[in-house]
Design a protein around this ligand. Structure first.
Ligand SMILES: [Fe+2]
Length: 390
């Protein structure tokens, strides 16, 4: 009889990227499964049979699982996937494995992708977080690394820095995140890195940070790549974008490959929509259209290029989103925002408090708060899906 194996979230991403023919068997309850499940670059065959069904009606539950493909069992923490995996093996399934550490390891997974040429004297990485549909970034030059919008996966950054033999010296925040817990404070505590952020979002922060200002530049090392600061308010009042080496535009949640950042998450939709309209019209549209935009989120894996990287020329973004960029008055823009407004997840208020340093949560609470896809784009995900299929 074959024995039960295990796999990591990293392995799972690689299986999906290689389009391996497998079945992801999620054994959490229907509600948790409906709220958040595994989504990758390509479609996945997935089944949801809760583990308590296996406990109560073993044979019926086993019969629901296809024997044709390797089975990758997923659960909340690890134990129930292991439990169900053992049952399947005892019923003669030949290739069964459970996810080490449970779904939260998928939620926290970061996949590094090199953005710039290997021949450049600096290295720019996109760290894709499939579980959040978000991206953060690392810039390396001469033994130092700065990180833009780190998540709370400190272990990942530490081992990435070790592997590249660099020291993390700074983190740059693009804004006060509402949809995930920032890793900046933990990185600063552990490494002594300084946190860089805009006072527009962080005036009440309980921790030490250095202010960034519109138009200011930071040069890495002696004559390394330059990071230019562009205040781009709208998604939040302190939203800030960073232009690297005059080539890459880390746009935070100001603009995405599809759509733009929601200005209604702070409960001041009209006011912030006016700021965003001004940013788009008088700042973003005046940038070099040849810049490669590196967004803070994606809505859909179809936005990724062939290397599974989320990067698009500004010119193409303005072209693809012409229905937004062509809105030629504040009135029309505000109307577009109002028509796309939707509930903001209740947990966002709590996450903001954590990111401002006013709420401390333990590891388990943080895991729960931090799990799930972002809701940051002005165009609703469901709406885009509907338009795509119509
Ligand atoms: Fe955001």
């Amino acid at each position: 009889m074959s024995s039960l194996k295990s796999y990591s979230a990293n392995d799972l991403f690689n299986y999906i990227s290689k389009k391996e023919d497998l079945l992801v068997l999620d054994v959490r309850n229907e509600e948790d499964f409906g709220r958040f499940n595994v989504e990758g670059p390509f479609s996945i065959k997935m089944a949801n049979v809760p583990y308590f069904d296996f406990m109560e009606e073993e044979d019926i539950s086993v019969a629901k699982v296809s024997r044709e493909k390797p089975i990758k069992v997923v659960c909340a923490k690890e134990g129930s996937a292991q439990y169900v995996g053992e049952i399947l093996v005892s019923h003669g399934f030949e290739d069964v494995a459970f996810l080490e550490g449970g779904i939260k390891t998928w939620g926290n997974l970061l996949m590094p992708k090199r953005i710039n040429l290997e021949s450049d004297d600096y290295a720019l990485y996109q760290f894709i977080r499939p579980g959040k549909a978000s991206c953060n970034y690392g810039l390396i030059y001469q033994g130092e690394m700065v990180i833009f919008d780190p998540s709370r996966n400190y272990d990942f950054y530490r081992s990435f820095a070790d592997r590249h033999q660099v020291k993390i010296v700074r983190t740059f925040e693009t804004h006060l995140q509402a949809d995930y817990i920032s890793g900046s404070k933990q990185i600063a505590n552990q490494t002594g890195a300084e946190i860089m952020a805009h006072i527009g979002d962080f005036s009440n922060a309980s921790f030490q940070y250095n202010e960034v200002h519109d138009g200011e530049s930071f040069e890495m090392g002696g004559n390394g790549p330059v990071v230019k600061v562009m205040h781009s308010p709208g998604h939040t009042p302190g939203s800030t974008s960073y232009i690297i080496d005059d080539k890459y535009f880390i746009s935070g949640d100001t603009i995405f490959i599809q759509s733009v950042g929601r200005p209604d998450l702070g409960g001041k939709a009209k006011e912030w929509a006016a700021m965003l309209y001004d940013t788009l019209t008088n700042k973003v549209q005046n940038l070099d259209k040849n810049l490669d935009v590196l967004p803070g989120h994606f809505m859909n894996w179809t936005e990724a290029n062939n290397q599974l990287v989320f990067s698009e020329k500004l010119e193409n973004i303005v072209g693809h989103n012409s229905s937004i960029y062509a809105l030629d008055s504040l009135g029309k823009f505000t109307e577009f925002i109002m028509n796309n407004m939707r509930e903001s997840p209740a947990v966002y208020d709590e996450i903001r408090k954590v990111n401002n340093g006013w709420l401390d949560v333990d590891m388990d609470e943080a895991e729960v708060m931090d799990l799930g896809k972002n809701e940051c784009a002005a165009t609703a995900y469901a709406k885009v899906k509907k338009e795509e299929s119509s």
